[in-house]
Design a protein around this ligand. Structure first.
Ligand code: NAD
Ligand code: ZN
Length: 360
């Protein structure tokens, strides 16, 4: 047995308004006046001067606005990298992602691909990255995915949806400023927050569970309860706690694995483009059989927050479509092994998954 030697984010600043320290944080990392900092910013912030006026630009530094309407693709990473190489004399001093999981994953992938040749799709998998990435900073503006701590960047490629999992993927620096999440729309707050809750349920109920994962998973779970169930917190405290829940949830799965909801949600995402947070919710809502207590509490949280999930998203699909989703879901073997155990193939049949998808 060999244990994972997991890389952690080496530097993190936490606090409301800590975004104002960005200039002090990155200035010592500037390599030269020709090596700019590139800020990849969710385009929801375009024209939002409260945020953008505080992005510290000097020399040739640039803001590139990116839509989060679709989750990141390997082709999009390749295009961004080409654009950066063609328009700058030197490699950037750093890539700074400001946004949700979509933008954070793009920032990680671009920083890797600036120093590794070929296409991002060549590196989807485990430990395929050879050269260290360009310095990269993650600044989440919505809480839940754990992308700010994780060792992966999830990309949709020509053949598969799979992360670039490597020791070079984690951010060199993270800025956790919960105030940046203040304008997240309520539904999205719930869906991305539930991503964190589902990370906890899948990790804590998985066969890969160990004391490391459990310690982070239980903390994240308790924070989720404070935020989504007890409802006694001020808005600010709730934002602070959800940001730390996301962090701990990410740390929990780092040393275990996710489970059934994630495996099936990847199928929805691959075929229908369903986004991660809402896709996980749509699946998880039907997983009583696997996670009875977790799903009961999830339904209660939906009621408390008056959330209505889309229904019938698989109603128009034919057998060929179901097969595609089932193939994607079943290919994620470690997730099933974590959820069910080594014998998972005995109980997780194609018919079973089809029946579940048909309910969605
Ligand atoms: P997202 O980044 O797509 O953002 C969701 C929506 O919220 C977008 O419309 C965005 O514009 C908006 N938004 C973000 N911040 C806002 C703010 N402060 N104010 C107003 N609107 C705001 O969603 P997400 O759920 O954070 O991330 C999903 C992505 O994360 C997926 O691509 C998924 O694959 C990835 N992911 C990665 C990991 C990892 O470990 N790398 C883990 C889980 C999920
Ligand atoms: Zn997730």
């Amino acid at each position: 047995m060999s244990y994972k030697n997991f890389p952690m984010v080496p530097r993190v600043v936490f606090g409301r308004g800590s975004f104002n320290q960005l200039n002090d944080i990155i200035t010592p990392k500037r390599l030269s006046s020709h090596a700019p900092f590139i800020f990849l910013v969710d385009d929801v912030f375009k024209g939002n001067y409260w945020l953008t006026s505080r992005i510290p630009l000097s020399y040739q530094d640039k803001i590139i606005y990116i839509s989060a309407n679709e989750e990141p693709k390997t082709s999009q990473v390749d295009e961004l990298v080409e654009q950066l190489i063609l328009t700058n004399k030197e490699l950037p001093s750093g890539i700074i992602g400001i946004g949700g999981g979509t933008i954070l994953d793009l920032a990680k992938a671009v920083s890797i691909m600036l120093t590794n040749k070929g296409s991002a799709s060549d590196y989807q998998g485990w430990d395929l990255v050879k050269n260290p990435a360009v310095y990269h900073v993650g600044i989440p503006t919505i809480s839940g995915t754990g992308a700010e701590v994780s060792r992966t960047t999830v990309l949709t490629g020509p053949e598969k949806k799979l992360g670039i999992n490597s020791d070079h993927t984690p951010f060199d620096q993270v800025v956790l400023d919960p105030e940046l999440t203040k304008d997240v729309p309520k539904d999205q707050w719930f869906y991305t927050g539930m991503d964190c809750y589902i990370h906890c349920i899948e990790s804590l109920n998985g066969t890969y569970l160990n004391a490391f994962s459990q310690s982070y998973g239980e903390k994240a779970y308790d924070l989720c309860l404070e935020v989504f169930v007890k409802d006694e917190l001020s808005i600010e405290t709730s934002q602070d706690k959800l940001m730390m829940a996301s962090w701990h949830g990410g740390m929990s799965i780092a040393y275990s694995q996710v489970g059934v909801a994630h495996a099936m949600s990847y199928g929805l995402s691959y075929l229908l483009g369903t986004k991660h947070g809402i896709g996980n919710c749509i699946v998880f809502n039907h997983l009583e059989e696997f996670y009875p207590e977790g799903v009961a509490l999830f339904k209660k949280m939906m009621t408390i927050h008056d959330i209505e999930l889309p229904k019938g998203i698989c109603a128009h699909l034919d057998d060929h479509h179901f097969d595609t989703m089932i193939d994607v879901a079943l290919s994620l073997e470690p997730l099933w092994e974590n959820a069910i155990g080594k014998d998972w193939k005995k109980s997780i049949t194609r018919d079973k998954l089809k029946a579940l998808y048909q309910k969605m």
